[in-house]
Design a binder for this molecule. Structure first.
Ligand code: FE
Length: 242
């Protein structure tokens, strides 16, 4: 019996030891699991992918930088907050008429000393149909003087100005006089850097002859305001499909 008891005791001890060992095993496992969870390994694994995403990030930046047109719209949305008129509708083209002279001089002002007429600054911005400013667009202007006469021998009241990086242009001039059949108007050619051209005209609100001019288009009416010096500002944006 003693032998049997000892055997049983031994077996019991072995069983307990075995159970302890089995219980101990899960612990390391748990530790391993925790070790994996805090995953310094995972953390190390993360940095590995991180540099990889970092590369795409750089590539993305490069892509944006290269995709200037794509990047521009994002930037354009800032200035386009101003042009509420951005309905992506192209500015209507109008007849050039018989008085255009090619190769006008670059000017910021068409006003000459002693020139008669109400001073007005024609200004605005040149956009494409997505309201992105068209930097470097040329705004080529010609018009009649206050008496309704065109200079057909020289470049009086003729000139071309260049839009800045925001597509903004500005040209000081005078209110054009009327001539038979026409209301007050300023002829404009917008030359895009890619060579495309919009030929149109700008009109002034409140001119009685607007109602009898067959060429007049209310879509080309300038928005009027007054400058600090009391002169007029006539504003019209041009929307041109590149
Ligand atoms: Fe004309």
């Amino acid at each position: 019996m003693q032998v049997l008891n000892r055997t049983l005791a031994a077996v019991t001890v072995l069983f307990v030891l075995s159970a302890c060992t089995t219980n101990t095993t899960p612990s390391p496992n748990a530790t391993a699991t925790r070790a994996a969870a805090p995953a310094p390994t995972a953390t190390q694994t993360a940095p590995a992918p991180t540099p990889q995403p970092a590369t795409p990030a750089i590539l993305a930046a490069t892509t944006l930088a290269e995709a200037t047109p794509s990047a521009t719209p994002a930037l354009a949305s800032t200035p386009s907050a101003a042009p509420t008129a951005c309905a992506a509708k192209a500015t209507p083209a109008q007849t050039e008429g018989p008085y255009y002279l090619a190769n006008p001089p670059a000017k910021d002002s068409l006003v000459e000393p002693g020139m008669a007429g109400t001073r007005v600054t024609l200004r605005g911005r040149v956009f494409d149909l997505q309201c992105r400013p068209i930097a470097g667009a040329k705004v080529d202007v010609w018009q009649a003087d206050a008496a309704g006469a065109y200079d057909l021998k020289g470049y009086r009241l003729r000139g071309v100005t260049t839009a800045d990086a925001q597509g903004a242009y500005s040209l000081a001039t005078i209110r054009p006089g009327l001539y038979p059949g026409r209301t007050s108007h300023i002829h404009v050619k917008v030359w895009l850097p890619n060579g495309k051209t919009l030929t149109t005209q700008v009109y002034f609100p409140g001119v009685a002859a607007n109602n009898t001019d067959g060429i007049y288009d209310a879509a080309l009416l300038a928005a009027m305001s007054q400058a600090a010096d009391g002169s007029e500002i006539a504003e019209l944006n041009f929307f041109v499909a590149p």
